[in-house]
Design a binder for this molecule. Sequence first.
Ligand code: NAD
Length: 282
Amino acid sequence: ATTVVSGTGLARDLRAEVTSAAADLTAAGTPPQLAVVVATADESTAWYVRSIRGAATKTGIRCSVVDLGPDAPPSRIGATLSALSADPEVHGIMLQTPLPDGAHFADLAASISPEKDVDGANPVSLGRLGAGLTAFAPATAAAVLALLDHYEVPLAGRHAVVVGRSTVVGKPAAQLLLRRDATVTVCHRHTSDLAEHTARADVLVVAVGRTGLITAEHVRPGAMVIDVGTNPTDDGGLAGDVDAAAVSGLAGGLTPVPGGVGPVTTALLLRHTVESAARRSP
Ligand code: NAD
């Protein structure tokens, strides 16, 4: 049988830890604060920001949303990120996508102080991660590893295949798996014969954004499958990249969408924020 690798229990545990850490920090005079910078009218971004704000508030973290509007010039976005980086009352900073035309995510994220870069967006954070130095990993990639650890999936010496090589998910997930001594293969849109690679995976991480991309032929019997994809469905719900019905009974474990990687991602953003605040706390 395929284990349902749910993220909701882990997310609940993480939020409980964060709540207690946030209360201690607040009592010590350092109320943790997360700032989210938005420059889009995109509906799904608005939904995501509301869910971050709701989770932050519930755990005792102040969340300020700085909405610059969809026509914000890149210089204004950069200046906002620099000002938040210099603000001693702000401990975590996130820049949402999509961005206005002409604005480049990595260029702008370079203005987020690495100490406050709770979603690992600054190229410096990514470089440090690759060099084996301390840095905040992008929360989604960190959530993949947190789920694997929570379900006690061994990684050292195992073959992990990551499908997708984006800077926010695929590449940092591959780096984190390498740091844990997995043998890592990274597949992407130019990979010929995807199934040939994925069918060798002990651990399969899929971060593409295409419903039903991964079917039975892609999955080795017993493999642990982490589905990062979030694709809107016609009925207003969400579907992953993995055809859950097709791999059910074949995979050893599979994350549901929603309820897998997503809630852990949000909880880790909050945990990164209290970690950053704790370093500032006297
Ligand atoms: P992206 O579009 O930046 O990257 C997609 C990657 O998939 C690319 O590297 C591309 O080469 C690869 N790809 C495309 N078609 C492919 C194919 N046919 N075969 C193999 N590889 C292919 O996307 P992203 O930002 O990395 O996000 C990926 C998915 O994860 C999306 O569905 C996104 O919504 C979701 N996501 C979820 C969370 C979460 O917290 N659950 C967070 C971030 C992103």
